[in-house]
Design a protein around this ligand. Structure first.
Ligand SMILES: Cc1cc2nc3c(=O)[nH]c(=O)nc-3n(C[C@H](O)[C@H](O)[C@H](O)COP(=O)(O)OP(=O)(O)OC[C@H]3O[C@@H](n4cnc5c(N)ncnc54)[C@H](O)[C@@H]3O)c2cc1C
Length: 510
C-alpha cells in the first residue's frame, strides 16, 4: 500500500518533469515513446538475466542534451521533482547504465564534439559523448595515440571511461582511464557545473589541495554527470613487436607472465596476456575449425612498443624470460595474429554473434556474456588460480549446479591480464543462454557468485575493479565486506553530501 503510494507520487512527478522538459529543451531532444524506451532499458551487462521481467528497467523518458547547459536544465528539474536520473554512454558496460523503472535516461552520445587540442602539451578536451573510436581517429590523424584503448571502443564514450575508470590493454605501462584524465567538467546533482582537476582546476598538477576529480573517476554516474573531459595523449610509437609462447603447464605460464611484468620491465613492455586451453580449444575450434594441441595448457603473449632499438632490446629480454620458464612455439599452433587479436574478435563473436544460440536464424534473445574480473595480488596468483579453476569446473560438472550446467558455459577461465604493478585482473567470461534462465538458474548463479566473491576476498583480492559486476541485490553486502564497514559508511556520507536527494543513478552501489 505504502509502496503503491510512493510509485504513484513518483509517476506524477515524472510526468510533471517531462512536461517542463519538453518546454525548456524542445521536443526533439526528448523521447517518451515505448519502442525508444525499450531500447534504452538494459546494457550489455548480465543484471537483466537476474530479473523475471525487464519492466524493472524501463525508463519514463530519454533526453538527448547537446550542451552542458542542457544537462544543467535536466538535472535541475530532476532535483526539483526528485526523479532518478541514469546517465548513459554507449551502454556497453557490464553494470551501471541499466535504466530504472520511471527514471529519466540522459543519453550523452549527442554531446560529441572535440573542443580543443594542445599538441605541444599533449592535452585534448572533448565532450563526454565522443566515442572512443572517433577520439582515437582524431589523434591518429595528427600522429598521436590515445593509450586508453577498451575493446568496445566503437560504442564506448569518453564520459563513461571517466565514470568507470576503465581498464585498457596497456594498463601495465600507462594505467587505467583515470591516469589519462587530467580534468573533468561535471554537472552536480544541484545542477551546478564545475571544472575539476587533481587539487586544482588546471589540467594537471600533483595533488596538494583536495583531489576532487578522483571522486568522480569510477563513480558510475552516482555523483554527477560528466560533460567534458581533458585527457593526455602520446606520440605514436614508431615500432611495435608482438610475441607469444606456449607452456605445457599453467605454473610455467603464470610465472612467465609475472616475470614479464615485474616493475623494471613494466616501463617498457606494454602488455602481456595469458590464455588458458579451456578457452583456446573452444575459440580456435569455433573460429578456425582447427584443434588446439592437447599437450599445451597455456599461452602467454607480449606487446612491446617504442623506439625501434629499444623495442629490439626489450624483445630479446622478453624471449629470455619465456625460455627460462620452458616457453616454446611449434608449427601446429594457431596463427599468432589471431591469438593477439582474440580480445577483439573471438570473444565478441562467441558472446554476441550467437554461438550456442539460434538467434541468427530465429531472432529473439541472444546468449549473453557474463564478464567477471576480480583483481588478485601477483604474490597469491598461483594459489588463487588453482582454486578458481575448481570453482569454474563446478559450473559445467552437472552435479554441483545442475540448472547452471544446462544454461551456462565457461568461455574463458581465469586469464590474468596486468593491472597496476603487482596486481592482475583475472579475466573470466561465462556465456549464459538467456532463454533457459529460470528462477532455479538465478538461485544457483547467485550462490556460485557468492563463492566466487568470497574466494577473491580470501586471497586479498577485489571484486569491484573494472567491470565490477555484482548482482544488484548482493552489491551493498559484498562491497561492505570488501571495503569494510567504516569505509562504506564514509562513502555513503560523501554520496549523501553531494546528492542529498539520491537522484543520481540511485540503484548503483548505495
Ligand atoms: C566484450 C566486451 C569487452 C569489454 N572490454 C572492456 C575493456 O577492455 N576495458 C574496459 O574498461 N571495459 C570493457 N568493457 C566494458 C565497457 O565496454 C567499457 O567499460 C566502456 O568504456 C563503457 O562505455 P559506455 O559508453 O558503453 O558506458 P555505459 O555502459 O553507457 O555507462 C557506464 C557507466 O558510466 C555511467 N556514465 C556514462 N556516461 C556518463 C557520464 N557522462 N557521466 C556520468 N556517468 C556516466 C553510466 O551511468 C554507467 O554507470 C567491455 C565490454 C564488453 C561487452
Amino acid at each position: 500500500m505504502v509502496q503503491a503510494m510512493i510509485n504513484t507520487k513518483l509517476m506524477q512527478a515524472v510526468q510533471d518533469m517531462i512536461g517542463e522538459l519538453s518546454t525548456s529543451l524542445g521536443e526533439d531532444k526528448l523521447s517518451i515513446d515505448k519502442p525508444t524506451r525499450l531500447v534504452y532499458r538494459i546494457t550489455h551487462g548480465p543484471e537483466a538475466l537476474l530479473h523475471e521481467s525487464l519492466d524493472d528497467f524501463t525508463p519514463a523518458a530519454i533526453v538527448r542534451p547537446t550542451s552542458t547547459e542542457d544537462v544543467q536544465t535536466i538535472v535541475k528539474l530532476a532535483d526539483k521533482y526528485e526523479v532518478p536520473i541514469v546517465p548513459q554512454g554507449g551502454r556497453t558496460c557490464t553494470y551501471g547504465a541499466e535504466a530504472i523503472r520511471d527514471c529519466i535516461v540522459i543519453d550523452t552520445a549527442t554531446m560529441d564534439k572535440i573542443l580543443e587540442i594542445d599538441e605541444g602539451s599533449y592535452r585534448i578536451t572533448a565532450e563526454a559523448g565522443v566515442r572512443v573510436v572517433d577520439f582515437h581517429r582524431y589523434l591518429e590523424e595528427r600522429g598521436f595515440m590515445c593509450v586508453d584503448f577498451p575493446t568496445m571502443n566503437k560504442a564506448a564514450t569518453l564520459g563513461a571511461r571517466a565514470a568507470l575508470n576503465g581498464y585498457n590493454k596497456f594498463e601495465n605501462r600507462w594505467g587505467s582511464s583515470g591516469y589519462h584524465i587530467k580534468g573533468l567538467e561535471v554537472v552536480l546533482p544541484n545542477g551546478e557545473a564545475v571544472w575539476l582537476g587533481r587539487g586544482t582546476s588546471a589540467p594537471t598538477k600533483s595533488v596538494v589541495g583536495l583531489n576532487m576529480m578522483d571522486l568522480f573517476i569510477g563513480s558510475r554516474g552516482t555523483l554527477g554527470v560528466v560533460t567534458k573531459v581533458t585527457e593526455r595523449f602520446i606520440d605514436m610509437p614508431p615500432s611495435y613487436h608482438y610475441g607469444i609462447r606456449a607452456f605445457k603447464d599453467y605454473e610455467d605460464g603464470l610465472k612467465t607472465y609475472i616475470d614479464l611484468r615485474k616493475p623494471l620491465n613494466a616501463g617498457l613492455l606494454w602488455r602481456s596476456k595469458v590464455y588458458h586451453k579451456w578457452f583456446l580449444s573452444q575459440a580456435v575450434k569455433g573460429m578456425l575449425e582447427i584443434d588446439f594441441p592437447d599437450d599445451v595448457e597455456m599461452l602467454v603473449d607480449y606487446h612491446i612498443l617504442g623506439e625501434p632499438d629499444v623495442v629490439e632490446q626489450m624483445e630479446k629480454h622478453a624471449i629470455r624470460i619465456m625460455e627460462d620458464h620452458n616457453g616454446f612455439w611449434r608449427d601446429d599452433m594457431p596463427p599468432t595474429d589471431i591469438i593477439g587479436r582474440m580480445h577483439e574478435t573471438i570473444e565478441k563473436y562467441m558472446g554476441m554473434g550467437g554461438l550456442w544460440s539460434d538467434r541468427i536464424i530465429n531472432g529473439g534473445m541472444a546468449n549473453r556474456i557474463i564478464p567477471l574480473d576480480p583483481m588478485i595480488p601477483d604474490s597469491k596468483l598461483l594459489e588463487y588460480y588453482k582454486e578458481y579453476l575448481k570453482l569454474l569446473r563446478e559450473i559445467e560438472d552437472g552435479e554441483s549446479y545442475p540448472a547452471l550446467t544446462d544454461s551456462m558455459k565457461v568461455l574463458n577461465p581465469a586469464g590474468p591480464v596486468p593491472g597496476d604493478v603487482g596486481y592482475s585482473k583475472i579475466w573470466i567470461l561465462l556465456l549464459a543462454n538467456w532463454n533457459k534462465w529460470d528462477n532455479e538458474t538465478r538461485k544457483e548463479f547467485k550462490d556460485w557468485f557468492r563463492r566466487h566473491a568470497e574466494l577473491a576476498l580470501r586471497f586479498d583480492g577485489s571484486i569491484t575493479g573494472t567491470h565490477g559486476f555484482i548482482p544488484r541485490e548482493m552489491e551493498v553486502e559484498l562491497v561492505r565486506k570488501e571495503v569494510g564497514e567504516k569505509t562504506y559508511e564514509f562513502m555513503k556520507m560523501i554520496k549523501k553530501t553531494i546528492d542529498p536527494k539520491n537522484i543520481m543513478n540511485p540503484k548503483v552501489r548505495f
